[in-house]
Write a protein that binds this ligand. Structure first.
Ligand SMILES: [Zn+2]
Length: 259
């Protein structure tokens, strides 16, 4: 196991990427339970830094995140235990697990660049606030199954869990949000078109850059969270689900099969 020293900015980037937790076991990487901070974080090379002949043979067909083993794309923070287990013994399964994990983390990080570029109408706060005090009653009118377009607009390859979650939000809140927006229009004419356009522009920007539907959904939610100081993390996925149903998001993603 090669121990490397990395600069503090590089460390900060890798630390943020895993949100301060070992991505394999969930342990916090910097423990502050005592009087001082203790770090159990180690930067692991996904593809080994100085591979043995055996390792070269083992990983000869495996994809790589960078040809340069020292590149940040080939490094991931792990707790010291998992680092040891990952390196000894090296296995193709272990390598592919970490490779895919890091790929997802890179995808998550890449989308963040778009958050700054896209602003959001401050009136959206009113809707988020209102959602926080709205109680769904059994008597509320449910959208008919036919009206829920989410399943049609998402590709077959996307996770069923995400489709179900979005459909559920649409079912519970679509008409509620429509009413809130109508209300908002009375005071600020044109505001709902403006919000819809902002969400659509951010969606198109992400789509243009080849993110999957799943990560587009993730980034739209995270973008709203970033714009609202994480004050409405339970409401923001509901807002994005509304705009999927309303056709601003996943507009041109046609279903692959004819029905
Ligand atoms: Zn760990």
């Amino acid at each position: 196991m090669v121990r490397i020293r990395i600069g503090k900015n590089h460390f900060a980037k890798l630390y943020e990427e895993v949100r301060g937790m070992c991505p394999l076991c969930g342990k916090v990487l910097i423990d502050d339970s005592g009087n001082r901070l203790n770090s159990r974080a180690e930067a692991a090379h996904i593809y080994p830094h100085s591979p043995t002949n055996e390792e070269i043979k083992l990983l000869k067909d495996a994809p790589r995140l960078s040809q340069d083993p020292e590149n940040l794309d080939n490094l991931i923070l792990l707790c010291s235990n998992d680092h040891k287990m990952f390196d000894h013994p090296r296995t193709v399964d272990g390598y592919m697990k970490l490779y895919n994990l890091k790929k997802q983390l890179l995808d998550n990080a890449a989308g963040k660049e778009y958050y700054e570029k896209h602003s959001i109408e401050s009136d959206l706060f009113i809707i988020l606030e209102k959602l926080g005090s709205h109680i769904i009653s059994d008597a509320s009118i449910k959208l008919s199954y036919d009206a829920i377009k989410v399943m049609d607009k998402m590709k077959d390859t996307e996770s069923v869990l995400i489709k179900n979650t979005i459909s559920q939000h649409v079912n519970d809140y679509y008409l509620v949000i429509k009413d809130f927006l109508k209300e908002l229009e009375k005071d600020h004419g044109g505001v709902s078109d403006l919000i819809a356009a902002e969400i659509k522009t951010c969606y198109l920007d992400l789509k243009k850059n080849c993110f999957t539907q799943e990560s587009i959904y993730y980034h739209l939610v995270e973008w709203l969270n970033a714009k609202t100081a994480n004050a409405y993390i339970y409401a923001t996925p509901i807002i994005i689900a509304y705009y999927i149903q309303n056709c601003e998001v996943f507009t041109n993603d046609m279903p692959q099969q004819s029905r």
